[in-house]
Design a protein around this ligand. Structure first.
Ligand SMILES: [Mg+2]
Length: 246
């Protein structure tokens, strides 16, 4: 029976990915206009520059402008073109505003309220900038439903981080928990490896770094967090109900 629900934040409760995606598409549009084929720009950005900058800056919004600028410089270098510093600054500015808090996904907060009323719940989120992430969580209104002491922010989500997070919120054995999140790589697979159950939220067009094959077959899938909560409440995973007064 489930004794703890662990809930992801970005692209589970708030719409983070689309704000990155729109800006990256604007970058590829502009680079195409400058004569760089879209497929080439995409490959240089996703497979080289963003990976390098993730190692330097970690998860969060602060590498985006740098990745836009560096993609341009890298493309120029590969094409034997002299980069224009004004263009580099213009491309970097396409990332402006990405550090604003992401908006709630419709129905997410209501779903969270329903879940909290039924099952002990914690927020489990990944960021290399815990203060910034805490600011985004507060701005979203989630702390009105899940208290701050039940929010775990980790720089990396792997199986050990999952076990530690469950322990941090006194969640009992990891095997009695369920992870609800949009990332197969960071939410679902580590939780299952820890013996937990998981519901994968199919957010449609996941961030490229969230792609990973599931480590087991037949993972429950929902189109939204609200739908995942409904699946739990309908008893599909055996949520342990709270006793009166608990
Ligand atoms: Mg997420």
């Amino acid at each position: 029976m489930i004794q703890l629900a662990m809930v992801d934040f970005d692209d589970t409760l708030v719409a983070t990915g689309p704000r990155f995606r729109v800006r990256r598409e604007a970058l590829f549009d502009r680079l195409e206009h400058l004569g760089f084929p879209r497929a080439r720009s995409w490959s240089v950005h996703h497979e080289i520059v963003d990976r390098e900058l993730l190692d330097l800056w970690g998860f969060g919004p602060f590498r985006l402008g740098a990745s836009f600028r560096d993609t341009y410089y890298r493309l120029c270098s590969q094409a034997g073109r002299t980069p224009d510093p004004d263009v580099a600054m213009e491309l970097e500015a396409l990332a402006d505003g990405i550090e604003s808090p992401p908006p709630l996904i419709p129905g997410a907060l209501e779903g969270l309220r329903q879940l909290v009323a039924t099952c002990p719940t914690a927020l489990y989120t990944q960021s290399s900038y815990p203060d910034f992430q805490a600011y985004c969580i507060e701005a979203s209104g989630v702390l009105e439903v899940v208290p701050r002491q039940r929010v775990v922010i980790t720089p990396v989500k792997d199986v050990d981080a999952y076990r530690r997070a469950v322990e941090t919120v006194d969640g009992g054995p990891p095997g009695h928990s369920v992870m609800i999140g949009n990332s197969m790589r960071s939410d679902v697979n580590p939780a299952i490896e820890a013996g937990a159950q998981a519901i994968w939220i199919d957010s449609g067009d996941p961030w490229h770094a969230d792609h990973a094959p599931p480590i087991v077959e037949a993972i429950p899938r929902a189109d939204s967090f609200a739908e995942a909560v409904q699946m739990l409440l309908d008893g599909g995973l055996g949520v342990r109900g709270r006793a009166a007064g608990e």
